[in-house]
Design a binder for this molecule. Structure first.
Ligand SMILES: [Zn+2]
Length: 86
């Protein structure tokens, strides 16, 4: 069940990325626009997001995953699909 949840979140992150929802403001600040607009900040060891999912539940939300996928797809030319499966 946990695996399914993770996969669904990654699917949503993937959809955000493909939909052009991720905007790189600086190398460590990203804006992700889904149903709402959130800011994802990546620092050396921690990544934070302004959405309730992350702030209250401390989970890696779909916005953070979308930024991770974005970084992976721009910095290495792996396909996003491979990242989601992995
Ligand atoms: Zn979030």
């Amino acid at each position: 069940m946990q695996t399914r949840n993770l996969k669904n979140r990654d699917d949503r992150a993937h959809a955000l990325l493909l939909g052009g929802a991720v905007r790189e403001m600086t190398p460590s600040v990203y804006e992700v626009t889904g149903s709402k607009h959130y800011t994802v900040i990546t620092l050396s060891a921690t990544t934070t997001c302004t959405c309730p999912d992350h702030e209250y539940r401390q989970v890696v939300c779909k916005h953070i995953r979308a930024v991770e996928l974005y970084q992976a797809s721009t910095h290495q030319m792996h396909t996003v699909r491979e990242m989601v499966v992995a």
